[in-house]
Every structure is written in C-alpha cells, then in structure tokens.
Design a protein around this ligand. Structure first.
Ligand SMILES: Nc1ncnc2c1ncn2[C@@H]1O[C@H](COP(=O)(O)OP(=O)(O)OP(=O)(O)O)[C@@H](O)[C@H]1O
Length: 248
C-alpha cells in the first residue's frame, strides 16, 4: 500500500567530480521521492548518475548541493559523521552487488551485525521472520565462503531488513547472480514491500529486474528524464533503447 509520506525525499541534488577539462557533472539537480511501501527501480545508461544518486540519497556520499530527508530527518543537515553513521545503521538497509558480508562471521552473525554495532538486542520475532522468509534456517552457522552467491545475497538482504529500516537501497543486487538466484532475490525484495511494508530503491541495468518494481525512474546525464509505472520488460527495454540512442 502506498502512503503519502515519503520514506526518502531529495531535492536539487547536484554532484560534480573533478575540475577544468576533467570536470564531470554526475548529478545535475535531481528531485526525487521514494514513497513508503513502494519498490522503485533506477535505470539509465552507464555513467548517467545512478550510483551517485543512490549514494547521496543514502548518506554514503555527500552531494555538493541539495537536501535529502530520510523520513522526518534531514540527512544533509547532519554534519557530524557519528550522527550520519547512526542514521545509516539504524534506519537504512543496504544490499550491494558484491554482498559485502564479513568473511569471519557466520551468516547469523552477519545478519545481526547492525544490532551488535549499535549495542542493542535484536527483536527475535523479526529475526525469525526474516530468516524464514529468506529460507536461511539451514545456513545460519555457515560462513560466507561456505555459501553460494545467491545464499550470500540472501544473508545480505536479511541483514538489510532485520532492523526494519525506513528504506532499503539495493545497488545492482543481482549483478553477480545467475538468473534463478536473481529471480529468487527479486521475488523476495518484492515480498518485503508487499508483505512487510518495506520501501525499496534499486539500481539495476537489467530490464527483467526492473519489472519487479512498482515504477522505474530513468536517469540521463545526471538528470531524471522519465518514469514508468507498472513496468514490463518491453516498456523498460524500449525506454532504455531510446535513451542509449540519444546518448550515442
Ligand atoms: N569518484 C569519482 N571521481 C570522478 N568521477 C566520478 C566518480 N564517481 C563517479 N564519477 C563519474 O560520475 C558520473 C556518474 O557516475 P555513476 O557511477 O553515478 O554512474 P552510473 O549511472 O551508476 O554508471 P554505471 O551504470 O556505469 O555504474 C560518471 O561520468 C562517472 O565517471
């Protein structure tokens, strides 16, 4: 169910790299909202600013200009790194292409890591529900090297969801997975929105992955240029083709 309050709201986001001839405008003033209980995919040609948008919206990187709100907190007003770290740890979930699990910890220890870092006790009911939803019951005491890529990404997803974050940012989460593991993971992200009420924003290159989302945003040259609701593989592919043709 879509509610009116945005989980994330960004306004006038601008980010530049380099200077002089090597200056790159990665984001050229982006306004975007990720509404609560919605699954949004972010697409666009290579270099269009997708990762930069996600990193600035999630507080992993600082924009040069613009504001970002996570719920009722203005992330861009947090000047103190500790406050930013706490906000990311407690209110934002992350899933990366390379899983980013700690190799010396078991799956269970990786999943509960956000609570250990915060010095808080996890909620057992939420932990059990997330583990069951991701079908990880029989893998909890394995280390990442003893798990398949799909299983490692499911552990990363469990870690992202167990704190019941206001938003989960996923950066190419299926980029290192085969098609069966990708479908399983995307199905899980979809259910985390439908059944658990989470909000997901996912960068992807794959039209088939974008079809799991409620809407797809398209970036080009650091600007949001288009949006599709209820995407199909054909509608996404057609839009990507026209953007890539225009960029060529
Ligand atoms: N640390 C950096 N230093 C210099 N330029 C950068 C840096 N990070 C990104 N850029 C540039 O900013 C632009 C946007 O990069 P970004 O990674 O956000 O694009 P993207 O759409 O995610 O690309 P891809 O699909 O290839 O991952 C690109 O031109 C890129 O080269």
């Amino acid at each position: 169910m879509t509610q009116t309050i945005a989980a994330v709201r960004a306004s006038g986001l601008a980010k530049r790299y380099g200077a002089g001839d090597s200056r790159v405008v990665a984001l050229a003033g982006v306004d975007v909202e990720f509404r609560r209980g919605e699954f949004t995919a972010i697409m666009g040609p290579s270099g269009s600013g997708k990762s930069t948008l996600m990193h600035c919206a999630a507080g992993l990187d600082r924009a040069d200009e613009g504001t970002v709100w996570i719920g009722d907190t203005e992330l861009t007003a947090l000047r103190d790194d500790d406050a930013l770290t706490r906000l990311r740890r407690d209110r934002v979930g992350f899933v990366f292409q390379a899983f980013n699990l700690l190799p010396t910890l078991t799956a269970l220890e990786n999943i509960t890591l956000p609570f250990d870092l915060a010095g808080r006790k996890h909620d057992q009911e939420t932990l059990d529900a997330v583990i069951a939803a991701l079908n990880l019951q029989n893998r909890l005491h394995h280390r990442p090297s003893q798990l398949s890529g799909g299983q490692q990404q499911r552990v990363a997803c469990a870690r992202a969801l167990v704190t019941r974050p206001e938003v989960v940012f996923a950066d190419e989460p299926t980029g290192a997975l085969d098609s069966a593991a990708s479908a399983e993971l995307l199905g899980f992200l979809r259910r985390s929105v439908d059944a658990l009420g989470r909000t997901v924003a996912m960068v992807t290159h794959e039209p088939s992955a974008a079809t799991y989302a409620d809407r797809v945003l398209f970036l080009k040259d650091g600007c949001l240029v288009d949006e599709i609701h209820a995407p199909t593989a054909d509608s996404v592919l057609e839009r990507m083709k026209s953007l890539e043709k225009a960029a060529a």
